[in-house]
Write a protein that binds this ligand. Structure first.
Ligand SMILES: Nc1ncnc2c1ncn2[C@@H]1O[C@H](COP(=O)(O)OP(=O)(O)O)[C@@H](O)[C@H]1O
Ligand SMILES: [Mg+2]
Length: 267
């Protein structure tokens, strides 16, 4: 964020102030160094440090997430990885473009091209022709070491679940604006989901997904396609900047719960 302090930083400051934790804020708030007695802990970006290194890496990688979910039988949107040809022929091979064209051919409704490591909806393109594919691929490769191709699906509903262990702390559906993408950064609005069968079903799928990659604290995006709920992506950093404008207390309690877990507190 170019101006203003992130909600994430404000929430951690508030937590530290009320729990006797000394806090150093560095690098414009991207690095937060916390100390309580012998305990030295860090938050970085949107990460409070609850996830293992491998869970974090799998979540950050759309292709790896989809592969692991498929292995574990958790319904998900497939994401096929293509490495940037700039990494060299030895690494990437020569047949990458043919592979992309075959996917485009098999999906007449189009494919979605996006950087393998997410960017809040930036450089996410739906393409239906070879020319559009080449342009989107050029754009995605200009900013990332790998991209993913997914079949374009008509999303009837998109839901985000913020999970801590097996507890769904936040569940909301994303009401999109004029754009086909549901990113809150692109103007979608979060609408909290009431208790009921739908919330329970979404929470269960999110828990299955989290268990499959072994992640502790995450936000998990689900999409409703042809009447079936599937996992779209898992984010290991929990970002709630837009949600906080509408539900500041819920965001603070969610980060409080995560930080209690980090500091080993029960309350
Ligand atoms: N295969 C797809 N079909 C239809 N819409 C998609 C597809 N993949 C992504 N989207 C839309 O684009 C948005 C951004 O994609 P996402 O995978 O979440 O990437 P990012 O990490 O950039 O947020 C999603 O929230 C969803 O609404
Ligand atoms: Mg996303």
């Amino acid at each position: 964020m170019a101006s203003g302090e992130r909600i994430f930083v404000q929430a951690i400051k508030r937590y530290c102030a009320t729990h006797g934790i000394a806090l150093d804020v560095r690098a414009d708030g991207w690095l937060l160094a916390m100390r309580r007695g012998e305990q030295r802990l860090f938050a970085f970006g949107y990460d409070v440090g609850l996830n293992s290194a491998i869970a974090h890496r799998l979540a950050n990688d759309k292709s790896a997430t989809a592969e692991v979910l498929a292995l574990e039988g958790v319904p998900c949107i497939p994401h096929r990885l293509f490495l940037n040809p700039k990494l060299g022929e030895k690494v990437v091979g020569v047949a990458w473009r043919e592979g992309m064209l075959a996917l485009l051919h098999d999906n007449p409704q189009g494919v979605v091209v996006k950087p393998n490591e997410g960017t809040s909806g930036r450089s996410v393109f739906r393409v239906t022709t070879e020319t559009e594919l080449d342009r989107a691929v050029g754009e995605a490769f200009s900013m990332s070491a790998g991209l993913v191709l997914s079949p374009y699906v008509v999303i009837e509903d998109e839901v985000r679940v913020v999970l801590l262990d097996d507890v769904p702390l936040v569940v909301y559906s994303k009401q999109r604006g004029s754009d086909w993408r549901h990113n809150l950064d692109a103007g979608a609005k979060p609408v909290l989901m009431q208790d009921g069968d739908l919330r329970t079903a979404c929470a269960k799928l999110a828990i299955d997904a989290a268990n499959a990659i072994g992640i502790t604290f995450a936000s998990i995006d689900l999409v409703h396609v042809d009447g079936v709920w599937r996992v779209l992506e898992i984010n290991s950093g929990v970002m709630m900047e837009t949600l906080a404008k509408l539900h500041p207390e819920l965001v603070q309690t969610t980060y409080d719960a995560a930080l209690n877990r980090v500091f080993g507190d029960k309350h």
